[in-house]
Design a protein. Sequence first.
Lengths: 585, 447
Amino acid sequence: MQFVRPIGVALLGVAMAASSAFAADKMPPASQWMPGGALVAIDVSEAGDILDLVLGDEMIATVAAMPAFQEKEQSGELGQFKQVVGFFEAHLGTDWKTAARTLLGGGATLAAYPDQTVVLIVDSTDAALLERFRDFATVAAKGEAAKKGAGNAINSREYRGVTGWTFGGKEAHAVIGSRLVIANKSDGLKAVVDLREDGGASLADQDEFKAAKAAAGPKADAFLMVNMAALKQAPKVQQGLDKFANPVGSLLLAGVAESMRAANVVTLALDVNDDVVSLAAMSDGKVDPEKSSVAFAQTSEDHGALPNLTVPGFLAGLSLYRDMHGFYAAKDDLFPERTSQLIFFENMMGIFFSGRDLTDEVLAETGPEIRLLVAQQKYDEATGTPKTQLPAFAAILRMKNPKEFSGVMEEAWQKAVGLVNFTRGQQAEPGLVIDRPVHGDTQFTVARFRPPEVEERSDADIRFNFNPALAMPDGYLILSSTEGLARDLIDAVKQETSKTLAGMQEIHSLAEVDGTNLASILQANREPLIRNNMIEEGHSRDQAETAIDTLLAVLGHLGRTRFEIRNESGATQARFVVELKLAAK
Amino acid sequence: MSVPTDNLSRAAKDPAWAWARYEPVDDQGWNVGLAAHLLARAGFGSNLAERERAVADGPQKTIDRLVHPPEDLDAFEQTYAEYERASEGSIDALRAWWLRRMIETPFPLLEKLTLFWHGHFAVSQNEVGRSPLMQRHVQLLREYALGPFRSLLQAVMVDPAMLLCLEAQKSRKATPSLTLARTLLGTFTVGEGNYTDRDVAETARAFTGWFVHRTRRQFYDREFDDGEKEILGKKDNFTTESALDWIADQRAASRTVVRMLYRQFVSETDEPGDELLDPLVDSLAAGGDVLATVETMLRSNLFFSPFAPQCRVKSPVEFALGLARCFTDRIATQNLGPSLAGMGQDLYNPPTSAGWPGGLDWLNDASIVGRHRLAAEMLAPEGKSLYDLNVQSFAVAHGKTDLAASLPFFTDLLLPDSDAAVEMTSTPERLEDLVLAIACLPDYQLT
């Protein structure tokens, strides 16, 4: 499998940031050799699962099948790289996969410090192979230096019984038993040697590191510690966190930014289980629910965000548990400087809702379960297929008093269609015609453009992506960009039971994306994407095709991706799960 | 801009000499500077290889190549027309495709004249409001750009985009469009002082009956004023077509066009006398092609005399594309359109019915800052630039890695037709800064 070598070596870099299944014999954990006071640290304690995924035959085959890789393969651009890999294998006396597993198999720890020192310790499971690797790196560095006419740029020095090396003075490294220590400054390497000899306050003793390790739990293959207490001192970080202090950000994130602001440690824990990659984010910053926007996303044992609805061609869903009425009622207190910007919005809503108070007579009529959904469209033959195919999207809410509010909503919706028609009429554009079809036992309202002429149907105008619909079955309020999605959603909500409607405990936000379907709709728009890439990136047609096909291929290997945020006792946790669909071996 | 008056006065006195074919002589030899001057005026700048080829081929053979459509033009045109049609109503995308056309076209003179006519007829998206109509309008300009002016006028004046732009989308018998008629006479053809208010009113009557419904043009007999009209001294039952023929045939109309072409291709620093322009006006008024007029200018003694080079201020489009073409054959154009608009040349949106004033109007405090900023963005190192000119790779490919020693090379590259001596008090730290410094010199703003 000559062609897979370059991929493996490329993946080596990925795997370098992670590793360890076999703790180095007779050595303390690498975190005990690293100084305390780190701003950021990564600890890979279980490299086996990660290496199985990254260096597995399925991943290699997947990357080898990528259009960008194929193009480089066919153009011969990988020739030099292959030569290096061959040299690498010959020097180490083993194939690249075995070398990678051996060199990285003991795990890795990386830490970055306020003085911009970065230290990386990699544990191999074979000291002899590690020494051969170091020798290989030295030969390669000498060759590079000679090419640049830099002479002998390889230097070494003894420090407390350890030989430290540097390539061109830009880094410092040493091999200590089966352990490779690399630092971006020689002082970083010295600090490791000193700590090894003398002991002292290490990363392992740092409170934030211990807290992150505990938060990640024993099952995590790797975790990232972010020392928020120290990072928050930086004005740029503080400004970044403050950016979310706006109405939309607060409502969407519901306490996440506040939790980050209050945090001492933020932890990211990685767990790889076959083809499923999970990333959990945890903040120890506690937020008083009474004094933050998290108050409007208060879940309980009985209530939380609802599962996303299942419809054909599901692309993405966002399910939120938010008390919109409470949030909007408190806007003057939460964002006093922004209230004036909402006056125009309220006035418009007053027109649609016939003068009803937006806070108490409109938003108060909706429940806290808010769902947004995006799905692939099915185009009616009578409408034809638009040149650019846009996905359908919808908002699904629940009404508290459907009997009274459904009429109000119907009137508001038809006024909105009228406004759209009037505006389009001013621009001499065709308008929408309202219809009241029946689906099952639900009569709903849809507004459609008149179908295009027969000869235009294979290349229809972009407006035929829209035929907005309003449906209100069984107390649900469905606002959809298309009639087809409205019909699918009517069917979907009929499947909901009292059990699913109880919501997911403690989860106030849930986002899901179906990578396969997303790739499918992008595939349908391949030509517009290629054209856009040409003018946006300055690519030739061939280059643009490769870039877009690679994107489509990557998305095609993603299954369902899920992101959820929960709030437990005032602390925020987020979880990100990616399901990979790799190529067959 | 200093003007060598010798050639100017000789041209004024001797139009036959001015428009005669240039043949290099010892004291006025064909060189890379003149080759670059020719390629810049007839297109959008040049790279080293194009200049070298032009020097080897000589002026007339190079002009043969510039004025004759290449064999692969049709395929190129079809591909780009398809790209533009598929832009789904996005004027930003149209702008990006047009800029890309200008860079990649195998027939740059066609795009140069298309842009010239866009400035002349000045139909604006802000007035038209529908980008598919703008796409068709510019395509129409491209289609008729090189032929007789009369054909162009016939096509453009009843183009839906033009009718919408001049508020003539409902030209009823009872309310003829005076705006359209006044613009046609005063700006597009005979010019101020050559028509009366009565000519305007009578011409407007000849345009009645035209309506634009959404993107479709429709002529209604019932709304056409079929009575006798007197336009520019001639009484007739003018229709739109016959009125346009009559107006286009006016010698004053040809003079307006030739004068503007002179500003575009020869010089904008002087007002040429009628005697100098008469030979060209005669040819165009007799139904000659616009291309023939331009060809005469490009081949002429006057064009290659010291009088013509460096006598025009580069438009923002010429500035940006000329810089790009020095280094590469293709750049990302999505972000270029808005930058050019910020410098005063918003493609598809000329500022007034008179188009872009050009000349020194291109240079003011804001636009000079804009030119500096755009050049800096274009020349930014790889990975930081939206345009990927990759000056470093270019320098390596040409063996110009020594920054201090590279100044003459890059000066010649960017200022091939200028005598400006570039001196720097200190060598910039980066190659990109060196090129930027040259691109911001006053001489680089001229062509």
